[in-house]
Ligand binder design. Structure first.
Ligand SMILES: *Cc1c(COP(=O)(O)O)cnc(C)c1O
Length: 398
């Protein structure tokens, strides 16, 4: 590590609130699936800013679109219409088959909106103000108070209690544990279609279908959090599309803007007509022309280049190669996930492997202490996978 990096890290540790234990690298620019640090060292990137930069870095068409919008108009207000938001919303409706879009600035805000829509739907139905939401253990929905309240991780939640209240936790992929918690106050069930942070666990088809059926029978809203697993990451535009179930409300963010901070929650017409109305919810920045120009271009590229199709095609190769790593190294206990959202479960913390990988020009990240998470840009090729595997193999060996 050079002097420049050391100095910058020292400055950072004096100026920024210490809420992250950062890896000792200062990233500077990106090109395709490679990142460069401030000293010019090159890294193969298998993190994509945690499932954000789906199209790779420095995509010229994307860059031109946001530059052009920056020249034109960055922000208005949601009291006026703007063309990029209209266009992006139409594309998102088409991609998801859902009916109404609300743009936010982040994933957590999308979850907040989803919770508010669900509570309002319940309120409109029976006038009660004590509705309950069922969430999952080991889930992750974000760091704001509402999103945190439905996050099934005591370590994240305990210091900030009380949360928003009336949240119950069931076990993921255990339908009976969900059913036991349902009563006449239940207004929604929220889950990730594939759990990300909590350990790269896909919902079983049986679990998701049973929940959908239960929700239909009891007029409970199904909220699917697709912030990490959506936008093509599992080989489907949205992960639930593989299961043949459809949520009433969906959240998306991360890859939605491919680096411009933006999220959204979407809903079907039933919820749209019976929940949030003028005055119930708002945001100053959310859905501004700059963010939406990014979303609009991202969605255009997704459709034209069939990004999800590429993921579906290359997924078996990544799966096979990570399986080989597991066979070879007894320290790897399990391999799980879906699409370009895979994890290797180790018996010990993976931080030393990640540090070693960074030394050797490979950016990796964990999910919990013991899981190596692979969430690369969605444009990676088999050659990129081979390059990653050869570095990873050596780092685990060491
Ligand atoms: C990242 C993430 C969030 C939170 O998104 P932010 O943009 O960090 O607020 C919520 N849910 C899931 C599943 C996520 O992966």
């Amino acid at each position: 590590m050079g002097q420049l990096t050391t100095d910058l890290i020292n400055d950072a540790e004096e100026a920024l609130l210490h809420t992250y234990n950062r890896y000792q690298v200062v990233l500077d620019r990106g090109e395709g699936v490679y990142l460069y640090d401030i000293e010019g060292k090159k890294y193969l990137d298998f993190v994509a800013g945690i499932a954000v930069f789906a199209l790779g870095y420095s995509n010229s068409e994307y860059k031109e679109a946001i530059k052009a919008q920056a020249d034109k108009l960055l922000h208005t207000s949601n009291y006026y219409y703007n063309v990029p938001a209209i266009s992006a919303a139409k594309r998102l409706k088409k991609m998801s088959g859902l009916d109404r879009v609300f743009f936010t600035n982040s994933g957590a805000e999308a979850v907040e909106g989803a919770i508010k829509a669900a509570r309002k739907y319940g309120f409109n139905k029976d006038g009660r103000t004590d509705h309950e939401i069922i969430a999952m253990n080991h889930s992750f929905h974000g760091r704001t108070m509402g999103a945190l309240s439905v996050t099934g991780n005591n370590h994240y939640r305990d210091p900030f209690e009380p949360g928003i209240g009336n949240i119950k936790f069931a076990d993921y992929n255990d339908f009976d544990s969900v059913k036991r918690l349902v009563n006449d106050k239940t207004c929604a069930i929220i889950l990730e279609t594939v759990q990300g942070e909590g350990g790269l666990t896909p919902a079983t088809e049986d679990f998701l279908k049973s929940i959908r059926k239960l929700c239909d029978e009891k007029d409970i809203l199904l909220i699917l959090d697709e912030i990490q697993c959506g936008m093509g990451r599992t080989g489907y535009d949205f992960a639930w599309q593989k299961y043949g179930v459809k949520p009433d409300i969906m959240t998306t963010a991360k890859a939605l803007g491919c680096g411009v901070p933006v999220g959204a929650f979407l809903m079907n017409e039933k919820v749209g007509q019976n929940s949030l109305v003028a005055g119930d919810h708002g945001t100053t920045y959310g859905g501004n022309p700059f963010a939406c120009a990014a979303v609009d271009k991202v969605l255009e590229i997704y459709e034209r280049e069939d990004i999800s199709g590429h993921v579906r095609e290359v997924t078996p190769y990544l799966w096979e190669k990570l399986d080989e790593i597991m066979q070879k190294h007894p320290s790897v206990k399990e391999h799980r996930g879906a699409g370009f959202m895979q994890g290797l479960v180790f018996e010990k913390p993976v931080a030393p492997v990640i540090n070693k990988a960074i030394e050797n020009g490979l950016i990796l990240i964990n999910a919990g202490a013991n899981i190596l998470r692979f969430v690369p840009p969605l444009i990676i090729t088999k050659e990129n996978i081979d390059e990653m595997i050869s570095i990873l193999d050596k780092c685990i060996e060491d």
